[in-house]
Design a protein around this ligand. Structure first.
Ligand code: ZN
Length: 290
């Protein structure tokens, strides 16, 4: 572990749980509200970097087999996870759909917390939050027109046509996984039928915006696919970086506190004095105490 003990304990103490926005706030020192306004891709990128600082290597994520319900332990190589570049909160992007520009922003933790109901409901709500023009398709409001003028079109939007909507689906899945939607399981079944019913021009525009979001966010790869040894079914799931980080942070923090407890009891040193020791010296003293 290369992370500084003070950093580990501060992050553990500040976050106090596996909430992604709370972890980001704790890691960066910004308010919870500011952290919740960071887009999900940037947020997860920062959490992955913290996880790498904390332990690196391979961590295990736990899935439930879609075929038989068996618990699957899936290794996740932290070094191989794609890290989304950090984007300033509130950035707007633009994509051209059927000759008209549609502005959008990327989903944030606050957006995901506001979602509820079925997957289809969540998807619609997320789009109306992130692409307000879609909710009022006739003409852009003064505010959105001003936003459009203020923002240069993002080059990533040009690649939207080749991207898939998986990223936004993943974001909705993340919201479900975070327990925002109580009826997530039922909703997953509804999702497929809702998809077929949305064969309208609006749905086309929505799809295009989702693809553009995906192209900008580059977050679709934060998924794992595992084959069940019992029934052979393949389970695909979104990696919950916050859960992984919190688990490692908690283990690391409790280990540090134990070190402090043992060294303080033996030598009468204070916590800052103990953390001023290099990890090698700390380990050597702990060994002497036995
Ligand atoms: Zn299975």
């Amino acid at each position: 572990m290369s992370a500084h003990p003070g950093w580990v304990l501060g992050a553990w103490e500040g976050a106090a749980g596996a909430d992604a926005a709370a972890l980001l706030a704790s890691l960066t020192g910004v308010s919870l509200e500011a952290a919740a306004a960071v887009d999900v891709g940037s947020r997860d990128g920062a959490l992955i970097e913290a996880l790498r600082d904390l332990r690196g290597g391979v961590v295990r994520t736990v899935l439930s087999c879609v075929g038989c319900g068996e618990t699957l332990q899936v290794p996740v190589d932290l070094g191989a996870l794609p890290v989304s570049p950090w984007r300033a909160p509130g950035a707007w992007f633009s994509v051209e759909v059927s000759g008209r520009p549609v502005v959008f922003r990327l989903p944030t933790s606050a957006d995901l917390q506001a979602l509820h109901g079925s997957v289809a409901d969540a998807r619609r709500a997320l789009l109306s939050l992130c692409a307000p023009d879609l909710a009022a398709p006739v003409a852009g409001s003064a505010a959105s027109a001003a936003t459009r003028a203020a923002e240069a079109p993002d080059p990533a939007a040009a690649t939207a046509e080749t991207a898939t909507a998986e990223g936004v689906k993943a974001m909705v899945d993340t919201a479900m996984a975070e327990g925002v939607a109580a009826d997530g399981a039922k909703a997953a079944a509804e999702g497929a039928t809702a998809e077929g019913a949305e064969a309208s021009a609006d749905a086309e525009v929505a799809d295009a915006v989702e693809r553009a979001m995906e192209a900008v966010a580059e977050s679709s790869a934060l998924t794992v696919v595992a084959r069940c040894g019992e029934c052979g079914a393949h389970t695909e799931a979104v990696i919950d970086v916050a859960v992984l980080l919190w688990a490692e942070l908690r283990v690391a923090a409790l280990r540090l506190l134990e070190d402090v407890h043992v060294l303080a009891a033996a030598y009468g040193w204070t916590e800052p004095e103990i953390f001023a020791l290099s990890p090698a010296r700390r380990a050597a003293y702990l060994e002497l105490i036995g």
